[in-house]
Design a binder for this molecule. Sequence first.
Ligand code: SAH
Length: 379
Amino acid sequence: AEYMREALTNPGQGYYTRRGGVGGDFVTAPEVSQLPGEVIGLWCLSEWMAAGRPAAMQLVELGPGTGALTDDILRVFKQLASLLSKCDLSIHLVEVSPKLSETQAQMLTGGKVQSNPEDEAAYMKGISKTGIPVYWYRGIQDVPQGYSFYIAHEFLDALPIHKFQRTEKGWREVLVDIDPEAPDQLRFVLSPSSTPATENFIQPEETRDHVEVCPEAGVLIQRLASRIEKDGGAALIADYGHDGTKTDTFRGFRNHKLHDVLKAPGTADLTADVDFSYLRKMAQGKIATLGPIKQREFLKNMGVDLRMQVLLQNSRDSATREQLLHSYDMLMNPKKMGDRFHFFALLPHHRLTPPHKEHNLQSKSPLPPVAGFGELLLK
Ligand code: SAH
């Protein structure tokens, strides 16, 4: 975990801090197409309406990359501005990489930002092209509390994981060591005895022989759960992952190719699949969870096919149409992102389970379904 953290976010030499990565070594759905951002924007609005249109709403994105996703969400908010006219809207971005925060500032505000030394929480602030205040933070703990939508797209897979191996003598941690025979090379070794991590992070009922655990993701879910329980809102997590079944998923990418994770740390993206069953456990019943549901199902349920038809009708030339169809295939094809990426939501319990019966007698309408996690029914 320490190796992964240093390789990705070391202030001087980390992959994200120094190189930025997104687009160069890997592509993500918001970079491929405007559809995911539009759909997520609609998802937030639909939940905001189901909550009775609270007077203020924070959109919080964790690890926004180039800022493309938030930019697409803001376009949807602008198009539906009449709906949001009475809502006090603000954008809050959690980003460790100075390089990427500059890219985001350019994308969202046209570069009109000021660094913000007197306000210790936000390190930068600006106003979006659509007139909404935007703030940057280093961690979720700095983001103000309040009714919020937390979006994490390909964020959790970048958080450091611990790796464990079951042996005859019990669980051992997989660590990174300098190869004694080739001092400029690294190698994996097993800890000679148990470590604090083996003692604390392995579930007693674990049946696998090799396990990856991301405690930072667990802490993040606990923080989100407390915030959502207290202030309302929701979190939407989109990433590749599994439901507690996979074992060895730690890998590197450089120039769109698999890269040895131990070679030239800081020059390649390191990533591991998200374990959604672990996230669900970490929510500790404080809030409700929905999913994981496959990306192609979530997008279909959100009406992406209808949106695609409109985009195709509105595009004048065949090159644009081809580009649209190509990106649609990338998002939806089960062999591409369609089956590999999943959506997972955190919501307050009262959003899914009607409160007490007595309260319920007063409200005549049943709770509206949460969009995306079931089929969209157009009335
Ligand atoms: N969400 C974007 C980018 C994904 S890449 C997309 O889907 O296109 C991961 C992002 O998380 C980058 O912006 C990276 O700089 C940021 N990041 C990685 N580790 C982080 C950490 N520990 N804290 C905050 N941001 C982090």
